[in-house]
Design a protein around this ligand. Sequence first.
Ligand code: MRU
Length: 377
Amino acid sequence: MKVNSHHYQTIYMEGNSVFMIDQNALPFEFRIYEAKDYRDTCHAIRSMITRGAGAIGAAAGFGMAQAFLEFWISDFGLIDFKTDLNANTGLIFTAQGIDSIIRDGYIQKCIQARKEIEATRPTARNLFYATEKVFEAGLISPEAAYSEAQRLAAENVADAMKIGEYGNSIIKDGFRILTHCNAGWLGFVDYGSALSPIYTAHRQGKNIHVYADETRPRSQGARLTAWELFNEGVPHTLVPDNAGAYLMSKGMIDMVIVGADRIAANGDTANKIGTFEKAIIAGQFGIPFYIAAPLSTFDLSIADGSQIVIEQREEEEVHYQQGPDDEGVIRRIRVSSPGSPALNPAFDVTPAQWITGIITEKGVINPDALAIKKVVG
Ligand code: MRU
């Protein structure tokens, strides 16, 4: 997507570094964070420099590739990957002829790195999907790990575009759409999940209007979704998190589309805290409630949403907000009464019964076990 007429992707890897748009700085400052090794990448995921299921999936894949490359270099010292990988010379790395004890030590370090990456954030399935795939490729060679991480990032973009097409087919001209959190291009490598159909509909000339929940406590809606929609020229209005019932009861919403962090085999879906209540309200008023997510978000190893691990984040995020004052100086201010404890679950689970359909890169799926198994496998 474009920022000041320049095409950016949320996250990309060049040489041994991973570059990501610093989402903690947006919308007040646009800057790129460089993660020089997998530890930096872990830091970026944990601190939400990069965030959103699709983006952290790509970050985890790149981080895993960084680990394979780093440990290969430190143990075998064979590659100048800064030049070789970028030039795509086709250089083949092989563990053949390398002492098996040293190779075992190398693999152990990569296993440890995988554990560290997987410990950064527990809920989004995409993160684990990526570490698994890149780790398997890394057992062949570090170059294979690198190629797999790049392939996953490209797949992430392609899936998001398809989601845009399928989602657009159910958006009618004149629709007013409510969304929660940020499932836009910042939450993916590009295009997004929930916002991708909106971008496609807008580009095709449909007259749509988006209502974006602010999404406390980290305000992904107010900071990121609003910024994305503004940049793309999509008509939109920011609303307080607790305005959903009002808007829907007044007939101001035709459809809700949100993203997903993990979808269980029966269609129960974890997404940003506050999603579940929007689904219930939509159900109350007979408004279609859609989830948009690629197949890499599905977790068929869990039967239902009760088994999804919900990340609990620091109280500080509830007590404090950050942003520029009238002079443009970024300040952190307290917004709660000192002394009161706070609870900060990052996600909730919407039971499948409240979901109208799941928009994927393979089409719109019914949120039931049979339909999901048929498409996801
Ligand atoms: O805590 P975040 O900002 O990573 O949570 C993101 C969400 O819940 C998104 O709605 C979700 O990942 C959908 S796809 C980007």
